[in-house]
Design a binder for this molecule. Structure first.
Ligand code: 1QQ
Length: 389
């Protein structure tokens, strides 16, 4: 009798294990490879929040024609190797249909070729350097490039100080986005017939910017433009202000996170940042996203969360398209990935970023851009305040 009871338990356990291990067919796996640890997680944490809101939101709406999506997160940390490892795990072990990631352009140039060779669609949620979609046919992005976004910040600086003449430009020389963005900034500065008084280089790993800040101040700038990431960029701003710089500061996309506030604290005040997202976007999906974000976080959603939501949304809508003609449950993985990539590039999407679509090589078509200024309160809290054009 006892033996029989044990046998029954064993059989039931086996059945449960089998049911669970074949559970793959009851959800559709999409990978998210962003920086969840290290300095770059100042962006990555916002991306995780946005992606998770999208997962709940679209699953509540029935997922992919009735089948839920499942996001599988692999931490890339902040470097290329971390991104390469995360991509390999997602592609080979987790067998995802597509990947949202990585966080940095610097990481994308390392990891995207892995996905390209494996024919796995990648949607870049925050890679803004020149040349990202051109890495390959399977790489697209919903993060508008620096060439489109960055010049808007300079226009606002000129409006705030029409007499400005001397510009100091600083950038992180070990980071692909920073190098790409500074090129654009330097081009538009010259087009505006302003004077590039000095160009200073630093590393994203630096914490001491005395040399660069002193050199910048010696050039007597009316405007300082910084292309770097949040930790280094924020510290650079702080050290510039501590040395007495009083003029305008334009920060690039690396300043697009409230996680920079604790770094430069009160000295963040006034930094001008161009943005590819506004919480005030009127699309119904943005209203829904904003509401979900505010309920969870008691503040307005930032660009990187909105972009991560959008990347998941594009996967969901493209998967719905594929599923209508090619049953996802019965088609081989390779074929699904190929059809998914075609559907991504062919679609039009109404997203928190407004209406978007893709060029044939995977570059985003987006209509609306914004510029904000950071406003710091006396209590250490801060916010991005939209500059009305
Ligand atoms: C890039 C960027 C960074 C600022 C994203 C966090 O734009 O690496 O392309």
């Amino acid at each position: 009798m006892k033996f029989l009871k044990q046998l029954v338990i064993a059989v039931i356990t086996c059945l449960l294990v089998i049911a669970c291990s074949t559970d793959n067919s009851s959800s559709i796996a999409i990978g998210v490879a962003v920086a969840q640890t290290g300095n770059v997680s100042l962006f990555g944490q916002e991306q995780v929040i946005g992606a998770k809101i999208a997962e709940s939101y679209f699953n509540a709406q029935g997922g992919i024609n009735g089948t839920p999506i499942k996001l599988i997160f692999q931490d890339t940390s902040g470097d290329e190797q971390g991104a390469i490892n995360a991509f390999q795990t997602l592609i080979n072990q987790d067998q995802v249909l597509g990947i949202v990631g990585p966080t940095l352009s610097q990481q994308a140039f390392g990891a995207d070729p892995i996905a390209e060779r494996a024919k796995v669609p990648v949607i870049a949620p925050s890679n803004t350097a020149k040349g990202i979609p051109q890495i390959g046919a399977y790489i697209s992005r919903i993060s508008a490039p620096v060439s489109i976004v960055a010049p808007n910040a300079l226009k606002v600086a000129l409006k705030l100080n029409p007499n400005l003449k001397n510009v100091a430009v600083l950038f992180a020389q070990n980071d692909a986005y920073s190098k790409s963005e500074t090129e654009i900034f330097q081009t538009v500065v010259k087009e505006q017939e302003l004077n590039i008084a000095t160009v200073q280089k630093f590393q994203t790993t630096d914490t001491d910017f005395q040399t660069q800040a002193t050199n910048a101040l010696n050039a007597k700038p009316d405007l300082v433009i910084i292309s770097g990431l949040a930790a280094d960029g924020g510290n650079l701003v702080k050290q510039l202000r501590e040395l007495g710089y009083k003029g305008l500061i334009v920060g690039g996309n690396g300043f697009n996170t409230s996680n920079v506030f604790p770094v430069c604290q009160k000295d963040c005040d006034g930094i001008i940042v161009a943005q590819a997202y506004s919480p005030d976007e009127v699309s119904p999906i943005n209203q829904a996203f904003r509401k979900a974000y505010e309920e969870q976080n008691q503040k307005l959603p930032p660009q990187f969360s909105a972009q991560a939501f959008t990347a998941v949304q594009v996967f969901v809508e493209a998967l719905k398209t594929v599923d209508r003609t090619t049953k996802l449950s019965t088609t081989p993985l390779e074929q699904k990935r190929q059809e998914l990539n075609k559907a991504i590039l062919g679609g039009q999407y109404l997203t928190p970023l407004g209406e978007i679509s893709f060029t044939p090589d995977g570059e985003i078509n987006q209509k609306q851009f914004y510029v904000s200024q950071i406003k710091m309160g006396t209590d250490g809290t801060g916010k991005f305040e939209l500059v009305k054009s």
